[in-house]
Design a protein around this ligand. Structure first.
Ligand SMILES: [Zn+2]
Length: 377
């Protein structure tokens, strides 16, 4: 593709068009659990990509990719990660409608991350209008299941990262700020299943082996594995067990959430969880699960990318910071492979919460930042 004036500094995002595009995506509710609904959002985005001349692909599991001006002779492409699913069940719009209130635009999935998709396409349209595209082209990956752990898209994301010179993630910036996400904790889950021996709690309690007692001991042992001072936290979020109040319980189950900042901590916790042993030898414990997303740790390449973003923002007239956050994203999968910067979507607040919204006064600045960074990165 050719390079000519006007330069990137001339780009002024069209906020009204951005709002209209966001409304179109938000009014199609797309919970991760409903692939057909997620596909409807993807169809709209794919239409936008085709209008810009993209090569589009549908990959096994529902992931789609849109390639713009790939030119191996000019270098590896820039990878941009997006997701079409939201945490909101169908029908949420009835009680959480798409609405504007002053500088805030509310609606399920707006901030996380349908507005990020809109940001990206307004940057791409600016490349089309100016004829100036990032060297090597842009490869966009649209995931159907980011909110539930990217089980169907992870392999595609990692393959795309290996082919890319850097990965930009248009998840939202840190809540109520201009700050980007320069690191994320790794996330994991465990399921611990206890099988004991049932017995009548009144007549023959000594013949029973309580799975609930073993599970209760394990809750405390799991809590003791946390090292919050270095970012390792565990939470037993679900507990279930027993069959009746007068029966020594033969079955119990714990579901555990794990967050870690380093891979070595993940290895320690996984080893210790698998070594847990009930004090009553008649109770058996089966552990499943482990690390889902590896930690997004800072690398020199990622730090350089953030430095570029910071300089561009300053040039555009605003200040950004970088924060390490607890929640995971698909950036966790690319960070060990290629320099990654996250939080390049639309500013706002309330991800996964009823006050989810985008800040209209700040959004155009972030689109200009994304546009310039894509050219410079
Ligand atoms: Zn998201």
């Amino acid at each position: 593709m050719t390079t000519h004036a006007p330069g990137p500094a001339a780009f002024t995002p069209d906020l009204q068009a951005m709002i209209a595009d966001l409304e179109q995506l938000t009014l199609i509710e797309s919970p991760s659990s409903d692939p057909v609904a997620v596909g409807r959002v993807m169809d709209v985005v794919e239409g936008w990509a085709r209008d810009l001349g993209a090569t589009t692909r549908a990959l096994p599991g529902g992931t789609r990719t849109f390639d713009f001006g790939l030119d191996p002779a000019a270098g590896q492409p820039l990878l941009v990660l997006t997701h079409a699913d939201t945490v909101w069940p169908t029908g949420t719009l009835d009680r959480m409608p798409f609405r504007q209130d002053g500088e805030r635009l509310y609606g399920p999935g707006t901030y996380d991350m349908k507005a990020g998709i809109v940001s990206l396409f307004h940057a791409l349209r600016a490349f089309q209008a100016s004829g100036q595209w990032p060297a090597g082209g842009v490869s966009v990956l649209l995931s159907p299941d980011e909110e539930t752990g990217s089980h169907s898209s992870r392999a595609h994301i990692e393959a795309a990262a290996h082919a890319a010179r850097a990965a930009l993630v248009v998840e939202p910036p840190v809540s109520d700020s201009h700050n980007l996400k320069v690191g994320r904790k790794g996330t994991g889950t465990f399921t611990l299943t206890f099988e004991g021996v049932a017995s009548h709690a009144g007549n023959r309690p000594e013949l029973g082996a309580s799975a609930i007692t073993a599970a209760a001991e394990a809750v405390l042992a799991l809590n003791a594995l946390a090292r919050p001072e270095i970012g390792t936290t565990l939470s037993v979020g679900l507990i279930q067990g027993g069959s009746a109040v007068n029966v020594i319980p033969a079955h119990a189950q714990l579901d555990v959430d794990l967050r870690i900042s380093t891979l070595s901590e993940a290895e320690r916790v996984i080893r210790d969880v698998n070594a847990l042993t009930p004090s009553d030898p008649r109770v058996t414990l089966t552990v499943s699960g482990g690390l889902n997303r590896p930690p997004f740790e800072q690398t020199p390449g990622a730090a350089r990318l953030f430095g570029q973003a910071q300089a561009i923002a300053r040039d555009l007239g605003f200040e950004i910071g970088g924060e390490i956050v607890g929640g995971g994203s698909d950036g966790n999968f690319t960070a060990p492979i290629t320099p990654t910067l996250d939080g390049l979507g639309a500013p706002g607040d309330g991800a996964h919460a009823s006050h989810e919204h985008v800040r209209l006064d700040r959004w155009p600045d972030h689109v200009r930042l994304l546009h310039r960074l894509m050219l410079d990165a």
